[in-house]
Design a protein. Sequence first.
Length: 426
Amino acid sequence: MHEDLGCDVLIVGCGVAGLYAALNLPRTCAITMLSKGALEECDSMLAQGGICVLPDDADYDAFFEDTMRAGHYENRRESVEIMIRSSPAIIADLVRLGVAFERDESGGLAFTREGAHSRPRICYHADTTGKEITTRLLDAVRALPNVRILERVAMVDLLVAGGRCGGALVRLVAPEESTRTAPELREDAGACFRVRALRTILACGGIGGLYDRSTNYPQLTGDACMIAAERGVALEHLDYVQIHPTGLYGEGPGRTFLISESCRGEGAILLNRAGERFTDELQPRDVVAAAIREQMRIDGTDHVSLSFERVASEVILSHFGTIRAHCLEALGLDILHDPIPVVPTQHYFMGGISVDADGATSMPGLFAAGETACNGVHGRNRLASNSLLESLVWARRAAWRISTGASLPLPLPSGNHVEQEFAWTR
Ligand SMILES: Cc1cc2nc3c(=O)[nH]c(=O)nc-3n(C[C@H](O)[C@H](O)[C@H](O)COP(=O)(O)OP(=O)(O)OC[C@H]3O[C@@H](n4cnc5c(N)ncnc54)[C@H](O)[C@@H]3O)c2cc1C
């Protein structure tokens, strides 16, 4: 057993939710953060398409309706309003932290579009938006003197006394347990110790590691949900799992490479074995995934094709450079000319640890944010590019509640407010 540690706030997870929570807590607060694998092995680093924002107040109703429709109207309406109203302030903060979103000719934010969005409202950085955002957040957190990051240290249980959470029991993880090959073996792997904390935030990401075919990192195995369930914390909608229509087909075992929905948003089309279109590519993810599965059944195949023939080559080169390079290297296919094989793949978890509008769980002292948590914003099916946004919004709200004991007030719905948020980012 290693020596126990103590802190004010323990944050379990170093994806966007965990990092942004740390940045929004007071500098007087002693914070310990855990990462189960290497720091860069979080799904936040993999996000391609982008992050939604309310571009102007005139879009509020449409953004709300798109989110609700994709979620089959099972979304918690209060959460949808919080997410959308908070989005301009979140994007402005990311710009302040140095995130380089693409710009239009006038210097304003450029917006791309994805499936089930009635208009472009997605900020992006080429096809590596998640890496751009997460790297900036990580740089900012690393500069904080009040934060200690423990890499390859996994939560294995919660510390609970008198019904209240007081931190976590953790275990040192050997590098070979993580996906990345590491040169050295950790001699102390397996050792456990306690991290005691006044408040604990669970930000452990999704559950893709439990599936044979997933776009997630394999070490994301829903640990927080399982531990919370064993400790009697309320969970919600554990059967709400999102299957993404277009994982790249044909690679070996391991994480499936995602072909971003923004490819279809920019005009890429799905083709059956005969080379014909068979569905509207811009419907919600679950509808497109079901159409692909049905087409595979009709054709007797185990994939369909995605063609970029309607996407301008300048767009492919400027927007989808990483996807093009990956397809070339993995399958020898150039999306400038060749259709690529795609198949529905596990991607996202809409359910999770039940939280309120401030990320508080049913256990005093315990909060949750990001994909691990369920605040009901996505309903039964998440709208593309709402996840990074939701993770950041609830991370900030949990940090605010922990710091002040109060709920973060919602920005007022005024056109001026949105303009002000963006004005100084230009
Ligand atoms: C390929 C891909 C593309 C995506 N594209 C988009 C997109 O364009 N737009 C969008 O909005 N969303 C996208 N998503 C979804 C989005 O990236 C994630 O939902 C979001 O990043 C989750 O952030 P998070 O902080 O909750 O979790 P993560 O970023 O996954 O971080 C989880 C953290 O928890 C740690 N952890 C897990 N278990 C333990 C444990 N037991 N002990 C200690 N630490 C633990 C991990 O080590 C990691 O640090 C995409 C997802 C994938 C996989």
